[in-house]
Design a protein around this ligand. Structure first.
Ligand code: AMP
Length: 590
């Protein structure tokens, strides 16, 4: 397939953020795509080469890309010209395209540039290791740029640098696949199931393109391929929980650690985070010790890894665990930050999916599979029959250093990839006025003064608008930070600075610096108020008005394990806003 077809489609999609238009553009692209290329197209559309859990990263630095463009442009002084162009427009792909347009047309025939060739070359670049890697990468890149026209060059560079941001949500890709290959958008539900069990949209696309719906319906769980996790809705009170769950349900402690999906076959262990990143290397202790506690040939389990105080056995807060997230000296971190692994679900057992099995049966099976010891534990669970039992169990959980409770319906299946009402979370904070903690995305920052000079003193935060795939500003936050937090945030965020505001960011407030909307932090606030400035839930409650947080405060939690799309949504904020009004109203009546 000619790469120009894809580059033209990218150009078209770049000029719109409307979901319906994007879907139509995708349908047109898929119609032109041969079956054996479609998975590659789907990965490239998302700026990837393979599904996230395979961890294949291009990692090409801007400097190297500039050298490669200069080499292909054949003009003198090219590096300087490119840098100038880049500074003006803020987009290196665009700068390359401009510079290459000026290149004199060569008279000899250039090699045809196909999607297959671009993909293979990018894949080779991503895999290169060892000596002279930089030179070899450059050779591949300039080889591609030599044969590419300016528009093609622009998109090749954007993929290489990780700056291709077409704003296409996974659901939009699935809509377009359903329309193209089944003629009916409603079939997306079936595609979703396949995606939820495989976490691999390319594989789903290939199956529907080659075998139609039949190929999709047969999708099964594969050991060592992560399953998209089930999420929980929130409730504010024991009363609300009883109303939603009925008279008998399970309550488990909600531990404050890292969610881990464990895939185990004998001594082979692979671990995935909540955002499906392969995190096996951070937990050599799990790899070593857990297989001894497992009574199954092949199994997929879910657990919460929690840092503990080795002397007292108490659970420690989430931040302690994040010290494990390092590339070097992992062994040292294992000794410094000991953990326990607290199991709460089983998704696959000896070749069979457990997703359709009810919670109660899964829990029984889990207790049979995992033999408890000092390291492997079952998350404490009890069956609740009335409000006072929840109250008591909640107090116990909080006294043991947990965040609250997870409440689960007894007979319901595991709903991979969705936030349904079969699981509810009841956190301690939800019982306060608002006091609720929110996960927000850092979109910008303001430079600090005084002790904070040279760091970001205040952050601009956003909610996720999942209908439009945007990050909408909701507050500035400048309190709750320790000096250590500020150093750590500066370190993480300085890698995310962008010259121009990412089009997915919706903010009328001008920050000193803008970031790629990627990092999630936790904040608490006293109240949600209407705001003429902020963009969260804009026009939803009142015209030309959004929602903002009053007295927001950073809780100390940088949620590295969350994707920006996992942040609190505008819908959640509106529910909280309305709930808060109800409380105020009933207080006034009293
Ligand atoms: P939240 O991150 O606030 O949406 O809460 C959901 C998270 O709670 C999950 O992703 C898990 O990491 C964590 N968690 C802690 N205890 C449990 C439990 N018993 N069952 C399910 N998830 C739990």
């Amino acid at each position: 397939m000619e790469f120009s077809v894809l580059a033209d489609a990218f150009s078209k999609m770049e000029s719109t953020t409307k979901r319906l238009e994007l879907t139509q553009d995708l349908v047109e692209l898929f119609e032109k795509t041969p079956q054996d290329v479609i998975s590659r197209i789907v990965y490239l559309l998302q700026g990837k080469l393979r599904p996230d859990f395979e961890g294949i990263e291009l990692g090409v630095a801007e400097k190297l890309a500039i050298r490669a463009i200069a080499k292909s442009s054949g003009s003198d002084n090219a590096e300087k010209k490119i840098e100038e162009e880049y500074r003006k427009g803020g987009d290196l792909g665009q700068a390359a395209s401009k510079i290459l347009e000026q290149k004199e047309q060569t008279t000899f025939m250039v090699q045809d540039i196909t999607v297959e060739r671009v993909y293979e070359n990018l894949f080779t670049i991503a895999k290169l290791v060892g000596s002279k890697t930089q030179d070899r990468k450059m050779k591949y890149i300039s080889g591609l740029l030599n044969d590419a026209n300016p528009i093609e060059a622009k998109f090749i560079l954007k993929i290489l640098l990780g700056t291709l941001r077409l704003g296409i949500a996974e659901n939009t890709v699935m809509d377009a696949l359903a329309i193209t290959f089944t003629g009916n958008k409603e079939n997306r539900k079936i595609l979703e199931h396949a995606y939820n069990v495989s976490s691999d949209l390319g594989k789903v696309a290939e199956a529907i393109a080659s075998k139609g719906l039949q190929g999709i319906e047969k999708f099964e769980i594969n050991l060592f391929n992560p399953i998209r996790p089930m999420l929980a809705d929130r409730v504010k009170s024991e009363y609300e929980a009883m109303e939603k769950l009925g008279n008998a349900f399970a309550a488990e402690y909600k531990l404050d650690g890292e969610r881990i999906q464990l895939h185990i076959e004998g001594e082979n262990v692979r671990l995935f985070s909540r955002s499906l990143e392969n995190i096996t290397s951070y937990y050599p202790d799990i790899v070593e010790k857990i297989p001894k506690a497992i009574h199954a040939e092949k199994v997929i389990l879910e657990a919460e890894a929690v840092a503990i105080n080795e002397n007292t056995g108490d659970f420690l807060p989430f931040q302690e665990l994040m010290h494990r997230r390092r590339k070097y000296q992992v062994e040292k971190a294992v000794l410094q930050y000991p953990i326990t692994v607290n199991f709460f679900d089983v998704l696959y057992y000896n070749g069979k999916s457990c997703l359709e099995t009810g919670y109660k049966e899964r829990r029984c099976l889990l207790e049979k599979i995992v033999k408890e010891d000092n390291f492997a534990k079952h998350i404490p669970m009890t069956i609740i029959n009335n409000e006072s039992e929840i109250e008591e169990f909640l107090e116990n959980s909080i006294n043991s250093g947990c965040e609250g409770l997870m409440l689960k319906m007894l007979d319901k299946p595991y709903q991979a990839g969705s936030r349904g009402s079969y699981w509810l979370k009841l956190k301690r904070e939800y019982r306060n006025e608002l006091g609720d903690s929110l996960d927000l995305v850092v979109i910008g920052a303001f430079f600090g003064k005084g002790r904070r000079t040279g760091k970001y003193g205040t952050l601009l935060l956003a909610t996720y608008d999942d209908d439009n795939d945007k990050f909408t500003s909701i507050c500035k936050v400048g309190t709750g930070f320790t000096d250590e937090d500020l150093d750590q945030l500066y370190q993480i965020l300085s890698n995310k600075v962008t010259i121009k505001k990412n089009p997915k960011i919706d903010s009328a407030m001008e920050a000193d610096v803008w970031f790629e909307p990627e990092l999630v932090v936790e904040v608490v606030a006293s109240e949600i108020t209407l705001s003429p400035i902020h963009m969260a839930a804009r026009n939803q409650i009142r015209k030309d008005t959004g929602l903002a947080l009053r007295f927001p405060k950073f809780t100390g939690k940088i949620r590295l394990e969350k994707n920006a799309e996992d942040a609190s949504t505008n819908e959640e904020i509106m529910t909280l806003y309305k709930g808060q009004k109800k409380v105020a109203h009933s207080k006034n009546l009293m």
